[in-house]
Design a protein around this ligand. Structure first.
Ligand code: HEC
Length: 163
């Protein structure tokens, strides 16, 4: 069995010769076995080399990417906060303009249509109803701009029974 050690030194020809001579044999099989055993001590160094190069590249990339990573983190925080503000504004707009009749969180209490029943294909009907009103429902033309109407529609779609 070969018992290998890790050797870091740079070999000389004499050392290799010495290792072969130390067998005191001229039998090719013995010499071959001695050569193999001797060589096995010097092979692990190759893996140390690969490991060093890979780790070196990774560690260097950390430094190189840090200038990107730090602003990206703050950009992420900024996007996240913006998303929260937007969804809050949509909820507020709906509460302010629609929920008195259509119910808190879109949950209608009875007579008035439950907006969660609107289907994805009802977009045109939604816009017409909101802009021009319908019977008991007041028109919102002028009171709500396109972006507000758009965000209410997204809010309704997000909570719709049938997505
Ligand atoms: C004053 C009460 C009232 C308010 C406020 C109100 N609605 Fe209505 N809405 C109604 C009534 C009543 C109807 C049913 C009209 C009908 O079909 O006769 C209706 C119908 C609708 C419909 C048609 C639903 C369907 O299935 O036909 C949509 C869409 C709608 N409302 C959206 C909104 C949105 C969005 C808001 C907020 C911007 C809003 N409404 C605010 C009373 C209201």
């Amino acid at each position: 069995m070969l018992t290998s050690q890790v050797k870091f030194n740079l070999l000389t020809r004499e050392q290799v010769m010495g290792a072969l001579k130390s067998t005191g044999s001229k039998d090719p099989d013995v010499l071959l076995a001695a050569k193999e055993e001797f060589a096995s001590n010097y092979r692990p160094l190759k893996w140390f080399g690969i490991w060093g190069m890979v780790c070196g590249v990774l560690m260097t990339m950390l430094i190189i990417l840090a200038p990107l990573g730090i602003p990206l983190f703050f950009l992420g925080v900024w996007w996240f906060k913006r998303a929260k503000k937007n969804s809050l504004l949509i909820e507020q707009t709906f509460s302010e303009y629609c929920s008195t009749c259509h119910g808190e969180n879109l949950i209608s209490s009875g007579q008035i249509p439950d907006l969660r029943k609107l289907k994805a294909t009802d977009r045109a009907k939604f816009e017409t109803t909101v802009t021009n009103g319908k019977n008991q429902m007041p028109p919102w033309k002028g009171a709500l701009n396109d972006a507000q109407i758009d965000s209410i529609w997204s809010y309704i779609r997000a909570n719709a029974h049938e997505k």
